[in-house]
Write a new protein. Structure first.
Length: 261
């Protein structure tokens, strides 16, 4: 099985890998690709999502192995920057655990690492509402909660409609049962762990657990943000990423988020 992916930018520049969340695909990073066009950007669709085929069932470990192979192919002798969101952030944690020296900058955004005890029961209840993913009214409510712009809604709706019930269930189970691998403590490089200020307590607790699991980690809370800051406030997100990569620094106050004129 091969992953569908797109490449952008300059092939000889540092490699930036963007790993999308569940329920979306590589298009969620469009604003980042546009902003970081001076990098070599790599945007895969995870197995059974987006334009990747369903030859192999989705799992976090399988996704990690496929992206590792992609990075090895495209990132030889380059600085590697990897950014993952939600489900993609869990995949990134798995990558760092499997290959602790592969990535120099890793940004883990909104990763759930505290398993939900009633995950299987909860997933079964979600399957009941699965048919609603094909209902446009319900779909638009979901898209709004995920900060998906109007111009991306049809793509989101069409992809949701193609996802099978089995795939949906598998993704939810993987997401809600994920734990930090023991080998994560060996991951090197600069690791930034973020969460939105308005996210649920379990997401904030997860950020703390990730930071406590590796001395290379540091945390950052996006002010006034929920789950999905890269879509909700792409300029803010991009500025934080740029400041972190280029200056090894993070904004200290809201005014630091504003680009100088």
């Amino acid at each position: 099985m091969t992953l569908y992916y797109k490449e952008y930018g300059h092939k000889h520049a540092p490699l930036m890998v963007f790993i999308h969340g569940g329920g979306v695909s590589g298009w969620m990073w469009n604003k980042q690709i546009e902003y970081f066009k001076h990098f070599h950007c790599l945007v895969p669709d995870l197995p059974e999502q987006g334009l990747s085929n369903g030859d192999c069932p989705f799992s976090i470990n399988t996704s990690a192995e496929k992206i590792i192979s992609l990075i090895e192919e495209k990132g030889q002798r380059k600085t590697i920057i990897a950014i993952g969101f939600s489900l993609g952030a869990q995949v990134l944690i798995a990558i760092l655990s499997k290959r602790p020296d592969l990535i120099q900058y890793a940004m883990i955004n909104s990763a759930l690492v505290k398993p939900i005890s009633y995950a299987k029961m909860f997933t079964k209840s979600l399957v009941v509402i699965y048919p609603l993913t094909r209902n446009k009214t319900f779909s638009k409510i979901q898209a709004k909660s995920m900060y998906i712009d109007t111009d991306l809604y049809e793509t989101y709706y069409n992809e949701s409609g193609r996802m099978s019930k089995n795939t949906f269930t598998r993704i939810m189970n993987e997401n809600m049962s994920f734990t930090i691998p023991k080998s994560f403590d060996r991951a090197n490089g600069n690791i930034l762990v973020t969460v939105g200020e308005k996210e649920k307590k379990m997401m904030k607790d997860s950020m703390i657990e990730i930071i406590n699991s590796n001395p290379k980690c540091r945390g950052f809370v996006f002010p006034k943000m929920g789950h999905g800051v890269s879509l909700a406030e792409p300029e803010l997100f991009n500025h934080v990423v740029e400041k972190w990569i280029q200056q090894d620094a993070l904004p200290l106050s809201p005014t630091d988020f504003i680009h100088p004129s």
